[in-house]
Design a protein around this ligand. Structure first.
Ligand SMILES: *[C@@H]1O[C@H](CO)[C@@H](O)[C@H](O)[C@H]1NC(C)=O
Ligand SMILES: *[C@@H]1O[C@H](CO)[C@@H](O)[C@H](O)[C@H]1NC(C)=O
Ligand SMILES: *[C@@H]1O[C@H](CO)[C@@H](O)[C@H](O)[C@H]1NC(C)=O
Length: 173
């Protein structure tokens, strides 16, 4: 099971809608159409990548459970969302809002590996195995996977991994 989590990340979003975002971040993301690893030539896979500070993000709006979202991002040569810097958080929230204001939560790639290994202490990790900075997580009372709430104040909250949510893939290019 662990190898399933050795995937990169990816975020999807509509670049056109981004241009009309009212909550645009100070560093406006630029849309790129170059992507490797897409499982098909569907426009969903080849467009909508948002570049921000050297990384790329794509919002996928069709809801999936956490495991399928991990796999979907993997097929796009990316990973379920890994946050690397705090600056990325407001940019991503604005990106989601711009694409579809009805979306209030998206999966991140953070999971409690204690759940996988049946250990008792919670250890939040990204899908590349690195530890999540716990200061990101504001509420870990529910499930073993972390969603980013984008409606209202942006926050990271645990959720049942079976829940189907839109998700963001990210990659380091
Ligand atoms: C992912 O990237 C690798 C290396 O660039 C490439 O060889 C591979 O074909 C890509 N995967 C898919 C599914 O396109
Ligand atoms: C948001 O929800 C409303 C009401 O259900 C719907 O009419 C609208 O099309 C939705 N917007 C998007 C972008 O999906
Ligand atoms: C976690 O994030 C906080 C706030 O951004 C930062 O001050 C701290 O250095 C980070 N910790 C690690 C281990 O990166």
């Amino acid at each position: 099971m662990a190898s399933v989590f050795h995937f990169g990340l990816l975020l999807l979003i509509s670049g056109q809608l981004l241009l009309t975002a009212t909550a645009a971040p100070t560093n406006s993301p630029e849309v790129t159409t170059s992507v490797t690893g897409c499982p098909s030539s569907q426009s969903d896979c080849t467009s909508g990548w948002v570049k921000f500070q050297g990384r790329s993000f794509k919002l996928l709006q069709v809801p999936l459970n956490f495991g399928f979202a991990v796999f979907s991002c993997f097929l796009r040569n990316a990973s379920l969302l890994k946050i690397k810097t705090r600056d990325e958080i407001p940019m991503l929230a604005a990106m989601v809002h711009a694409a579809n204001p009805n979306i209030t939560s998206v999966w991140t790639g953070a999971i409690d590996t204690a759940g996988i290994f049946q250990a008792s202490d919670r250890r939040w990790r990204w899908t590349d195995g690195s530890l999540v900075n716990k200061t990101y997580i504001t509420d870990e009372s529910d499930g073993s996977c972390i969603k980013m709430k984008t409606g209202g104040i942006t926050m990271f909250k645990s959720e049942e991994c079976d829940e189907s949510l839109p998700y963001i893939c990210s990659k380091n290019v």
